[in-house]
Ligand binder design. Structure first.
Ligand code: C5P
Length: 201
């Protein structure tokens, strides 16, 4: 039987950590759908057409190299506004969501567009400043040469592009539970998400 947990929200709100934690807790598979857009975005950096890149995307490409750079994040949010790019990635996500044994998908439009029938929907947010600081620490820890100002500007720019695009904009589904992690520890945020999933299992 399938069971889908949809976790949406803006960059660095804590979706990834919560998704991995929920998946580990319940033995569900996890798909970070941002990686799909990042992989397509990376291909466009060498001039490849985004729609062709999305149509040709393979699961293996998601494992190759570091997709979590600021440059690729920007490229991802640019290809993510293209309706044909989004359309090309729908089936892969829906098949993943319906796999036996349960699945957690995190992204921007999982509860609204990809899996409107998900058993659990969570929209994870945090203040822009808190999110930018988290992303800055994450990128710095990997040795990236970025400043706080640069990361804050990147997060703001992507938020606007993600929320204002006409196809599948980032927004909470009407039936999503909102979780603001600004003042929560990782453990506390995860505990709330786990309790929500438990209540629906
Ligand atoms: O979540 P992450 O920061 O890795 O996503 C990178 C970009 O991919 C986002 O800024 C967004 O534009 C896009 N994205 C999307 N829909 C998703 C997941 C990511 O549009 N479901």
């Amino acid at each position: 039987m399938s069971f889908t947990v949809a976790i949406d929200g803006p960059a660095a709100a804590g979706k990834g950590t919560i998704s991995k934690g929920v998946a580990a807790q319940f033995g569900f598979a996890h798909l970070d759908t941002g990686l799909l857009y990042r992989a397509v975005g990376r291909r466009t950096l060498d001039g490849t057409d985004p729609v062709e890149a999305a149509q040709a995307l393979t699961a293996e490409e998601l494992q190759q190299g570091d997709l979590r750079t600021a440059e690729i994040a920007q490229a991802a949010s640019k290809v993510a506004v293209v309706p044909e790019v989004r359309a090309a990635l729908v089936d892969f996500q829906r098949v993943f969501a319906r796999r036996a044994g349960g699945a957690v998908l995190d992204g921007r439009d999982i509860g609204t567009v990809i899996c409107p029938e998900a058993e659990v929907k969570l929209f994870v947010t945090a203040s822009t400043e808190v999110r930018a600081e988290r992303r800055f620490l994450e990128l710095s820890a990997k040795g990236a040469n970025v400043t706080r100002e640069f990361v804050l500007a990147d997060v703001r720019e992507r938020d606007v592009r993600d929320a204002e695009r006409s196809t599948a904009p980032m927004k909470p589904a009407a039936d999503a539970v909102l979780l603001d992690t600004s003042d929560l520890s990782v453990e506390a945020a995860l505990a709330q998400a786990v309790a929500l999933v438990e209540s629906k299992c």
